[in-house]
Design a protein around this ligand. Structure first.
Ligand SMILES: C[S@@+](CC[C@H](N)C(=O)[O-])C[C@H]1O[C@@H](n2cnc3c(N)ncnc32)[C@H](O)[C@@H]1O
Length: 258
């Protein structure tokens, strides 16, 4: 992270996040997603009290697509976003990148069964293995909390064409302190219950407190909007859902991005 370019608050926060979570991000989470791949979507649905599909529909509704565009889903997991984008615009050239081959195997099978082609790359998203100015649209859902987010957003900026759009959705830190405290109580119960219900392995069980700690150290809707502007996006619109526990962001690159 180039510390001269960013407000001190982001430099401090990103350093804190990296120092606190680097080991989990680099090692433990790989085992978690290898473990959960087969039941990830069902478990997510239970943990989020069946709100996940409705939220995703709202997110997909915000995404503007045109015929023949190239779209990349970053941290694509089981390809839920890629499949929804292809359902909305079947002639998209759709790409997915994720470091978990287990998650992408499940996602690839699901896409094929529906007759969709998603070009999959297994790679760490801190470096996106794509040329500059390559995609019209990039999406990233439910993964930024687990990333050195400035580095990944800078990579997204690099691979997006001038005038291209970035759509982001994640669990965020609610700005309201009361909602924040209630949210963590709910998450503690829900993560424990879901892990028990789906028989999660030790890797997932050991990350139970991480999922809440990662949110505590993450950004609110407004903070994420500010960060996207600092990275160089324009027309940044952030929308908080469910009391700011989930946020959608839409951001555009200027035509003279380079
Ligand atoms: C919570 S899942 C979200 C999957 C999908 N975007 C969705 O909305 O269902 C997070 C995904 O991020 C991936 N991931 C986490 N850190 C990553 C990294 N550094 N590089 C690539 N993928 C990563 C995991 O493998 C996992 O598939």
């Amino acid at each position: 992270m180039n510390t001269d370019r960013y407000a001190t608050e982001f430099v401090i926060q990103e350093n804190l996040r990296e120092n606190q979570f680097n080991r989990i991000w680099s090692h433990d989470l790989k085992d978690v997603f290898a473990d959960v791949a087969q039941y990830y979507d069902r478990a997510n649905n239970v943990a989020a009290l069946w709100t996940i599909n409705g939220l995703r529909k709202k997110f997909i509704d915000c995404i503007e697509l045109q015929s023949g565009q190239k779209a990349l889903d970053v941290c694509a997991g089981t390809n839920v976003i890629g499949i929804d984008l292809l359902s909305k615009q079947p002639d998209l050239e759709m790409y997915a990148v994720d470091r978990s081959s287990a998650m992408q195997r499940v996602g690839g099978e699901r896409a094929r069964k529906l007759g969709f082609n998603i070009n999959s790359t297994i790679h760490d998203v801190h470096e996106l293995p794509f040329p500059d100015n390559h995609f019209d649209v990039v999406t990233l859902q439910y993964a930024s909390r687990h990333l050195r987010v400035v580095e990944v957003f800078e990579e997204i900026k690099r691979v997006l064409k001038p005038g291209g759009h970035f759509y982001h959705c994640d669990m965020l830190r609610p700005a309201n302190k009361l909602i924040e405290q209630a949210y963590y109580l709910y998450l503690r119960a829900s993560v424990g219950f879901t892990a028990w219900l789906f028989g999660s392995n030790n890797a997932s069980l050991s990350c139970k407190t991480y999922f809440i700690d990662a949110l505590k150290a993450f950004y609110s809707v407004e903070e994420l909007s500010k960060l996207l502007r600092e990275i160089g996006f324009e027309d940044v619109h952030g929308t908080g859902m469910l009391g700011g526990t989930v946020g959608f962001h839409k951001a555009m690159l200027p035509l003279d991005k380079n």
